[in-house]
Design a protein around this ligand. Structure first.
Ligand SMILES: *Cc1c(COP(=O)(O)O)cnc(C)c1O
Length: 414
């Protein structure tokens, strides 16, 4: 059946309302550049792994460094974490129990809950991924079941990660959903003055660089009882004495604050974690947080990897890796000053503006042995396309120098 069979009135009856998403509008733009990137050989690259600095394309023998990995500390290939995954599987003798965790769960998972609770100084709910935790928890913030007091106006920062924006339609079925200009505290304060209960949804450290306006947000929380929902995936492990991340290492937990993060980035394992502001939310979310309850939790190898990584976070090695990462960031910032220089976060954007130029730069870098992804609308704003560089602690100093030289020569010749 094709569109011509549907008359306009039927079409308008079954389309929309597109209040919070519009796939047609989004794909119309983004899909063209995706296909262009595919033609340039920048997608579906199939590799064998030797290290983050040595990925090998089997057919051609082409070797390259990954400069767009979120494994900021290089923990994704740490022998202790790999051993943790393997030994957990042997010890448990099962891949999992295949029953909702609220009913029956392995002591190994309970061990992880306790380990993360200790690490982060807060009740810590593990999940199969950060996105799944957000999908389960955010609608309960909107309805007021987390935070209390009834429905809350949900204010999403315009730059917040897709995994949160994606849940807007579900939140919108519970309460009023608004979008806030990036880090705009005045806008947010006006909303707080207008409505009695408000929640703000933001990244701690943003995927395209920069941080949330933490200090001002805490003031608004004090003054108006603002609920704060942070996704700190990009700062977990790389900041804080125990890798608590940017937000947790700068605040006291309270019942109006909740932090989620992915354990598949700096943490070097897989899964996600929610740091909760209230003890009673822990069991409540295990019972009621949608996909957290009805789908699998972490499988046994993931739990083992996370336990090993959490242990490693309690040793001096964490601080050493954090320092190496900071050093690499500083070296890059000195060569390529951007507006984020000196902010200590590992994500940098070499902005070129035009999407096709961004794809070409990414292609040239790949040929020279470095994979950095071209980013374009809707990942970034229209006309702000560029190449995203993500620095790692395990990026060898001589490779970094060479990478900077290559970027410089390509920028000059562009
Ligand atoms: C990568 C990322 C996610 C997704 O994490 P998963 O654990 O893979 O679901 C969520 N939020 C942010 C900010 C991210 O960068």
């Amino acid at each position: 059946m094709n569109d011509s069979v549907l008359n306009d009135s039927v079409l308008s009856e079954i389309t929309g309302p597109h209040r919070y998403r519009n796939a047609e509008a989004m794909l119309a733009h983004g899909e063209r550049v995706w296909l262009r990137a595919a033609e340039s050989g920048l997608l579906n690259i199939q590799v064998d792994h030797e290290s983050n600095d040595r990925l090998i394309v089997r057919e051609t023998g082409h070797e390259f460094s990954l400069l767009c990995s979120c494994s900021y500390l290089g923990l994704n290939h740490h022998p202790k974490i790999i051993e943790g995954a393997v030994s957990a599987l042997r010890k448990a003798g099962t891949t999992g129990l295949s029953i909702a965790e609220i009913r029956v769960r392995l002591n190994l998972l309970v061990e992880l809950e306790e380990s993360l609770r200790d690490l982060y100084g807060a009740p810590a709910l593990p999940g199969v991924s950060c996105s799944v935790l957000t999908a389960g928890i955010l609608p309960l913030v909107a309805s007021g079941h987390i935070g209390g007091g009834g429905p809350r106006v949900m204010v999403f920062d315009r730059f917040c990660h897709f995994s949160m924006a994606y849940i807007k339609p579900i939140c919108g079925d519970e309460s009023l959903v608004l979008s806030c200009p990036h880090n705009d505290l005045n806008y947010l304060e006006d909303i707080c003055k207008k409505y009695p209960r408000v929640a703000y949804v933001a990244d701690g450290a943003y995927s395209m660089g920069g941080r949330t306006a933490l200090e001002g947000l805490l003031e608004l929380q004090n003054r108006y009882g603002l609920f704060l929902y942070f996704d700190d995936s990009h700062a977990l492990s790389i900041e804080g004495p125990r890798g608590e991340g940017y937000v947790r290492s700068n605040i006291e937990m309270n019942p109006l604050t909740l932090i989620v993060g992915s354990l598949a980035k700096g943490f070097g394992a897989s899964g996600g974690v929610a740091m909760l502001g209230s003890e009673k939310d822990f069991q409540f979310l295990y019972r009621n947080a949608g996909p957290v309850t009805w789908s699998q939790n972490m499988d046994v190898p993931a739990i083992g990897a996370c336990l090993a990584s959490a242990d490693l976070h309690r040793t001096p090695e964490l601080g050493q890796l954090q320092a190496k990462l900071r050093h690499n960031i500083d070296v890059f910032d000195q060569r390529f000053p951007t507006r984020f220089s000196g902010n200590g976060l590992p994500i940098r954007l070499i902005e070129v503006g035009d999407e096709d130029l961004a794809v070409r730069l990414s292609e040239q870098l790949f040929r020279a042995g470095y994979y950095c992804s071209a980013v374009f609308f809707p990942i970034v704003a229209r006309g702000a396309a560029g190449v995203r560089v993500m620095l790692r602690a395990d990026f060898a100093p001589e490779r970094l120098d060479n990478f900077c030289d290559v970027v410089e020569s390509l920028m000059v010749s562009a």
